[in-house]
Design a protein around this ligand. Structure first.
Ligand code: 3PG
Ligand code: MG
Length: 403
């Protein structure tokens, strides 16, 4: 993403104003309870700050994918208590994000009060970025604050459209995301190292293509490393590989050579005959995997090698686990390298940024999610940013400044 300047809450006059805050309350739930509140906690400071400054705060969000219809189990009403807890203030709720009910609830707000509106995706106009729907939402507020970085890759009415209709600014969570991501990839202290893991190259081709042009060191782990090993001619038994991506892997290896970037693959692995918890396993070189074995994690020599790379890096961008971390004991490689990166960060030697998909879960498992310089709450938006793509919601904020 290019680092255009975006307006923030600094100097924004909000007292007595209706401020529409686009949050991302799309959190995982289990049995009707929030199972990971990180996103809600990250959105709370913006809401609190606005309320303390006397704004009448109206919170907008999507939740799950109801596809333009009312789906009771995807009602944001379920999230109102969690938002109230995180912001330490009462949160009123309106059963629609447009129309008379929403308008009346907004009109009842006093300075410093907070209202949560129903799931924006209950209306098809949200995902279609329908100008009429956007206008109907915009009519409820005087100012638009976008705090939903993790939904900024969506050009939807409340993530993009509203920025064209109202004075707009980034909330504190959006500001923190953009500031850290910008520092990590656009103006990094070098050497810049990326760690990319996960199962599939096919979902990360654009990301790898962009990173290889920007980083000094690219470490690849997870099952996607298998396809790179296969591209180099290694026999890796029954390890998961994407046979249709071997050519892509070869291209990326070629691009690394052309750029003078170090592409670092595992040299050894933890292998097992079956993929199940606590399966019998052994460590072996990546060129000595038996025909009936599969790679499920990086091995001890690889861990040592990756950590030695971290000793020289000044900036780290991390996306994806290095092994099948959800199935013990194949989390060990991810945990060991994450702990090492956290230690380098704590020692002030490394600026570390992580995000996307399973990454936060993996860092939580390692117990170090709060020891990285910054952990993004974004999944898809983080990946698109690593791909070097402009995020619609952010572009609209940057443009709104010039209006
Ligand atoms: C996410 O969880 O990735 C964001 O909230 C965006 O949701 P979406 O992938 O359903 O657009
Ligand atoms: Mg998503």
């Amino acid at each position: 993403m290019s680092g255009g300047r975006f307006p923030t809450l600094d100097g924004l006059e909000v007292s007595g104003k209706h401020v529409l805050v686009r949050a991302d309350l799309n959190v995982p739930m289990q049995d009707g309870k929030v199972s990971d509140a990180l996103r809600i906690e990250r959105q709370a400071p913006t809401i609190r700050e606005l309320a303390e400054k006397g704004a009448r705060v109206i919170v907008l969000s999507h939740f799950d994918r109801p596809k333009g219809k009312v789906v009771e189990s995807m009602s944001l009403k379920l999230l109102a208590p969690a938002l109230a807890a995180a912001t330490a203030r009462p949160v009123a709720f309106a059963a629609d994000c447009i129309g008379d009910g929403a308008r009346e609830a907004a009109a009842r707000l006093k300075d410093g009060e907070v209202l949560l509106l129903e799931n924006t995706r209950f209306h098809a106009g949200e995902e279609a970025n329908d100008p009429e729907f956007a206008k109907a939402v915009a009519s409820l507020g005087d100012i638009f604050v976008n705090d939903a970085f993790s939904a900024a890759h969506r050009a939807h009415a409340t993530t993009e459209g509203l920025a064209h209709l109202l004075p707009a600014a980034a909330g504190r969570a959006m500001e923190a995301e953009l500031t850290h991501l910008h520092a990590a990839l656009d103006h990094p202290e070098r050497p810049l190292m990326a760690v990319v893991g996960g199962a599939k190259i096919s979902t990360k081709i654009a990301l790898l293509g962009n990173l290889i042009r920007r980083v000094d060191v690219l470490v690849i782990g997870g099952a996607m490393a298998n396809t790179f090993l296969a591209a180099q001619g290694a026999e890796i038994g029954k390890s998961l590989i994407e046979s249709n991506q071997v050519a892509t892997a070869r291209d990326i290896l070629g691009a690394a050579r052309a750029q003078g970037a170090a592409l670092v693959l595992p040299v050894d692995a933890i292998v097992a005959k079956e993929f199940k918890a606590n399966a019998e396993n052994r460590a072996t070189g990546t060129n000595t995997v038996a025909a009936d074995e599969m790679i499920l994690d990086v091995g001890p020599e690889s861990i040592e090698g990756f950590c030695a790379r971290l000793d020289h890096a000044r900036t780290l961008v991390w996306n994806g686990p290095l092994g099948a971390f959800e199935t013990p004991p194949f989390e060990r490689g991810t945990v060991a390298v994450a702990k090492y990166a956290a230690a380098r960060t704590r020692a002030g030697k490394l600026m570390s940024v992580a995000g996307g998909g399973d990454t936060v879960a993996a860092l939580n498992m390692a117990g170090v999610a709060d020891q990285f310089s910054y952990v993004s709450t974004a999944g898809g938006a983080f990946l698109e940013w690593l791909e070097g793509r402009a995020l619609s919601g952010v572009t609209a904020l940057i443009k709104s400044r010039d209006r």
